[in-house]
Design a protein around this ligand. Structure first.
Ligand SMILES: [Zn+2]
Length: 318
């Protein structure tokens, strides 16, 4: 029996229909269409937009203006700037940023950008893809600067980091969401913003981890054995860590793990809505991080710090 006859007889048996050549061809067309639809989901869908000019790029909280080439891509929620990137790279960056924006809107159950105060061109987020400029990468209210895929910096990355470029964009977008929820950088005391470990942990968690997440007890124990490593939950500021911000690649995976535990059904079983509500309470400046954390995450910061490694070992063993 030929393959075609096999399919005929199978369809006859399964459907009880008398399958002929037309039904068989129709069947093939449906299979082809299904395959095409599935494949097309993976094709890079460019975000729609248009080119605008004469808008300054300002890092608001420090009042610093960054020069750009004055060819700005405006998409639904975002203005994308650069010093020298091609149109193609700007649009790629805008596409990543819009995608991260809409995924975080869904994760935090926000139905409209209006809720976040994005209503017109003046209130859109501003993101900057750096090609040649010597500047810092950072998130700020309300946008971020990152080295783009066409920068020297990116070209020197190992391949597996290049693969995680989108996660880096989403990591920065998480910081921006925290600002959009009203938790702005401040030097007040008591502090009305989360500790550094939580800021970076939540950004690593929602993005899937720009740095590879810790997945096993062995990886955690190896991390803990380094005499230079301090308890992650004690990292409220970078200066707590020997080496400070130069150690981010060592600390981000363990910060991400700390947040994963809080939000896992096998850990504290909290949700991103709890995280959002914690941010909103902090934004009202009615409380400090320790109190807000205890209220929404179900344990105190002190308890979490003191029991951190025991909790993580049980969590990773499960
Ligand atoms: Zn970060």
């Amino acid at each position: 029996m030929s393959l075609k006859e096999n399919v005929y007889s199978l369809l006859n048996r399964k459907t009880g229909l008398k399958v002929n050549v037309y039904v068989y061809k129709g069947f093939l067309v449906i299979i082809f269409l299904l395959m095409f639809t599935e494949c097309s989901k993976n094709i890079f869908q460019v975000v729609p937009g248009h080119w605008v000019s004469d808008i300054p790029f300002i890092i608001n909280h420090v009042g610093l203006e960054v020069v750009h080439d004055n060819r700005i891509y405006e998409s639904e929620h975002i203005l994308t700037f650069s010093d020298a990137s091609s149109d193609e790279y700007k649009i790629r960056f805008a596409t990543y940023a819009e995608r991260a924006f809409s995924e975080l809107m869904q994760s935090f159950k926000i139905s409209s950008a209006r809720e976040l105060g994005i209503v017109d061109q003046n209130t859109k987020l501003t993101v900057y893809t750096i090609k040649n400029l010597q500047t810092m990468q950072m998130a700020f209210p309300y946008g971020f600067l990152l080295f783009g895929e066409d920068s020297q910096n990116y070209m020197q990355w190992p391949l597996e980091m290049k693969y995680r470029f989108y996660r880096e964009v989403k990591h920065e977008m998480m910081h921006v969401f925290q600002f959009l929820f009203g938790v702005l950088p401040n030097n007040e005391f008591p502090r009305h913003e989360p500790d550094k470990w939580f800021n970076e942990g939540i950004a690593e968690y929602v993005s899937g981890g720009f740095f590879i997440p810790i997945k096993t007890v062995e990886e955690l124990q190896k991390w803990q054995k380094d005499p230079d490593h301090v308890n992650p939950i004690s990292v409220d500021e970078w200066n707590v860590i020997p080496g400070g911000q130069s150690r981010v690649s060592e600390y981000y995976p363990v910060f991400g793990l700390a947040v994963r535990y809080l939000l896992s059904s096998r850990g504290m079983n909290k949700s991103l809505t709890d995280v959002k509500n914690m941010f909103l309470l902090l934004a009202k400046n009615k409380t400090d991080f320790a109190s807000a954390f205890e209220q929404f995450m179900g344990l105190s910061l002190v308890e979490y710090r003191e029991t951190f490694f025991e909790r993580m070992e049980l969590f990773l063993e499960k």
